[in-house]
Design a protein around this ligand. Structure first.
Ligand code: BYC
Length: 314
């Protein structure tokens, strides 16, 4: 490392030590930049792919009210994707490159969106458990060390809170309905519980990125800490709803002041992450088709931007 480089590294370390933000024009180690691109891009892709499992239910919503709520939620996810792609672009990578990396499988998206949505109760369960897990993971990210990511997170978390509430309210309405509706909710919760726990990533002792990401202030908590927080938060909510979680080992531990719970099927997780889950192929094929269908919009926007620049120049 040259003298100038070590000065730059010193400035970067000091910013982190003071809990200040790193901004796009600040010097940063290449590893920090790459880790952020990886995590923010994966997060952005998750928001966009995450529109698919619920989006399919918009035309089949049981009432006008439910349709309006679901439409607004799915549109919010598109907005989250856009803030996050913009935050990622400040690190010197273009939206087109990021999309290409998603479509070619070089970048990932959250495992949870590779599971199917089989009934309308799944819209409620995704809101309650999937958005609930997302909030648990994302609230600490509002304090992440990279400015544009943290600021995007603040707005996203506000919207996710509405998503979580609408999911809980939908499920509560169904639980107050018929036996068939209650059974539909329980069946949905049974399918989504374990995949929701997997959203937090592998256990800490098998997570290759956590230690460095914590040292850089990108992550503020480990995967296991957040998973525990989510379990503790969800149990009383399940009791209020009148549903159970499919885990015989789930119980309050007085000594730890937290719930004990079983181990997710990490082989299934790895299989889904590697592209071999129930809906991986379908999700990517749909995303690719949507991207190709949108080619004319990108061409028109580029041509329009070029014309506007020429006119300004003239
Ligand atoms: N799925 O070392 P680790 C939403 C990968 S969208 C797939 O612990 P890290 C919503 C990980 O990338 C919610 N892959 O990694 C939208 C790494 O592989 P690479 C999305 C996963 O980054 C619509 C490897 O496993 N939220 O809320 O330190 C509707 C080892 O893991 C997963 C975010 O993206 C997974 N679940 O920690 C409703 C939050 N977990 O990249 C809701 C931001 C791990 O080295 N991201 N992997 O090849 C994070 O907080 C962190 O990236 C993670 C993983 C905690 C997810």
């Amino acid at each position: 490392m040259t003298a100038t480089e070590s000065e730059l590294q010193g400035g970067f370390d000091q910013t982190l030590a003071h809990n200040d933000r790193i901004e796009p024009r600040d010097w940063m180690p290449e590893g920090y930049r790459k880790t952020l691109v990886r995590q923010i891009a994966q997060h952005a892709h998750s928001e966009i792919i995450g529109m698919q499992p619920e989006g399919g239910w918009i035309t089949r919503a049981p009432s006008l009210r439910r349709k309006a709520i679901l439409l607004a939620k799915v549109q919010d996810e598109a907005g989250h994707g856009l803030y996050l792609y913009s935050a990622c672009e400040t690190l010197g990578v273009s939206r087109a490159e990021l999309t290409e990396m998603l479509l070619s499988g070089r970048q990932k998206y959250s495992s949870i969106f590779n599971y199917p949505t089989l009934s309308y109760a799944d819209v409620g369960t995704i809101g309650w458990l999937v958005d609930g897990a997302a909030i648990c993971n994302q609230v600490p990210l509002c304090r992440t060390s990279f400015g544009p990511y943290g600021r995007a997170m603040i707005r996203i978390c506000k919207e996710e809170s509405f998503h979580q509430r609408q999911g809980f309210e939908l499920l509560m309405t169904m639980m107050r309905g018929t036996d068939a509706q209650r059974a539909m909710v329980q069946e949905s919760v049974d399918r989504f519980w374990w995949p929701a726990l997997m959203m937090f990533g592998p256990p800490d002792d098998e997570s290759p990125n956590t230690a460095q990401s914590m040292a850089w202030g990108i992550k503020r908590n480990t995967n296991d800490e957040l998973r525990q927080r989510f379990v503790d938060m969800s149990v009383p909510q399940a009791e209020a709803l009148g549903v159970t979680f499919p885990d015989p080992e789930l119980r309050w531990n007085d000594e730890r002041g937290a719930h004990d719970f079983g181990t997710p099927d990490w082989d299934e997780f790895m299989q889904v992450v590697k592209g071999d889950g129930p809906c991986n192929r379908q999700r990517i094929a749909h995303r690719r088709r949507a991207h190709e269908d949108g080619a004319w919009v990108r061409e028109a926007a580029t041509a329009f931007a070029a014309r506007s620049t020429t006119e300004v120049g003239a």
